[in-house]
Design a protein around this ligand. Structure first.
Ligand code: NAP
Length: 300
């Protein structure tokens, strides 16, 4: 029999994840801090609403959290009316948020005192991947617990990898963020260069997409940059949170990441704009345009 599931956090990512669990035939209870979002989800998609994260835990065998930052996971798991209050031995918490590996391990240790297992399972693939059920999922935790939860991961993602013990999923996700943010910066620089040099930027994207410059960022994000579509799939504030986690962890493990630090700084220029932190992360191109002192005509 399929385990009963719960999802805490129905934001950009949590909502399609919850929808895919229902689609795969899992019984589902949801909670969202802003209750209206949970009501809208239940009305439009299905499942039932829990009044608190604790209530979701009492109703489910496997609970997924998809909230913002380390402190938010701590709050929904260990805080008042948190998951731990409704949890029982043998249950599993899968945290799919991107948070600190050290905080992940600490939360897992607290849950284990109650016999509750935890997997850290952050994702890549964005809102599109979450909707399509094609996420890349990087998992840390006990191998046997991972195997038990594999069918749930298969309902949500396509490339599912058990990376090692607790925290290994989060470390892999931070590695992903280093590579993605540096690739994004390269695409931003290439586009600003192309436009300022008088090239047809759309044609340049098409020409380069088949060669050594090809990347997911070039194919999927560059066209949106040209359309000035900065609506969030992934908020600037979450990108900055991830880069902060990367830089903190890099210090702990003793590596210098000059490229990533630069990108963190460039995003400060976007955050300084009114509402900048709620723009999509591809708005990084605006920082490069400012440095060139040349924003495309009619763009701003
Ligand atoms: P989002 O749209 O901002 O959603 C965040 C969710 O967390 C909302 O449901 C929010 O509730 C809830 N939340 C935040 N703090 C909370 C707290 N203290 N207590 C209870 N609930 C809280 O963000 P998202 O884009 O879905 O991202 C969620 C996580 O996935 C983040 O860690 C992000 O880095 C990661 N991620 C995102 C993407 C992407 O492309 N968007 C890709 C990969 C990974 P309210 O509705 O009440 O605000």
């Amino acid at each position: 029999m399929k385990p009963k599931t719960g999802v805490v956090g129905l934001g950009i990512m949590g909502r399609p994840i919850a929808a895919n669990l229902l689609k795969a035939g899992y019984e589902l209870t949801v909670f969202n801090r802003t209750a209206a979002k949970a009501d809208a989800f239940v009305a439009a998609v299905g499942g039932r609403k829990g009044q608190t994260p604790a209530e979701v835990a009492s109703a489910a065998d496997v609970v997924i959290t998809m909230v913002s930052d380390s402190a938010d996971v701590e709050q929904v798991v260990l805080g008042p009316n948190g998951i731990i209050e409704g949890a029982r031995a043998g249950q599993v918490l899968i945290d799919m948020s991107t948070i600190s590996p050290a905080v992940t391990r600490a939360i897992g240790a607290r849950l284990l005192e109650k016999g509750v297992e935890m997997l850290d399972a952050p994702v890549s693939g964005g809102e599109k991947g979450a909707v399509a059920g094609t996420l890349t999922i990087m998992v840390g935790g006990k191998p046997a617990v991972f195997e038990t939860c594999r069918p749930i991961f298969e309902a949500l993602g396509k490339t599912i990898t058990h990376m090692g013990q607790a925290g290994a999923g989060q470390l892999t996700k931070l590695c992903n963020q280093i590579i993605c943010s540096n690739t994004l910066l390269a695409v931003c620089e290439g586009l600003v260069f192309a436009r300022n040099a008088g090239l047809d930027a759309e044609k340049a994207i098409a020409a380069l997409s088949g060669g050594a410059a090809q990347s997911w960022m070039l194919t999927h994000q560059a066209p949106k940059m040209l359309q000035r579509d900065f609506r969030p799939g992934f908020f600037v504030m979450h990108e900055q949170k991830d880069l902060r986690l990367v830089l903190e962890t890099a210090r702990e493990v003793g590596v210098a990441l000059p490229g990533t630090r630069l990108i963190h700084q460039l995003y400060h220029a976007i955050e300084a704009e009114d509402g900048g932190e709620k723009l999509g992360h591809i708005s990084l191109i605006k920082a490069i345009e400012k440095l060139a002192n040349r924003v495309p005509p009619g763009a701003e």
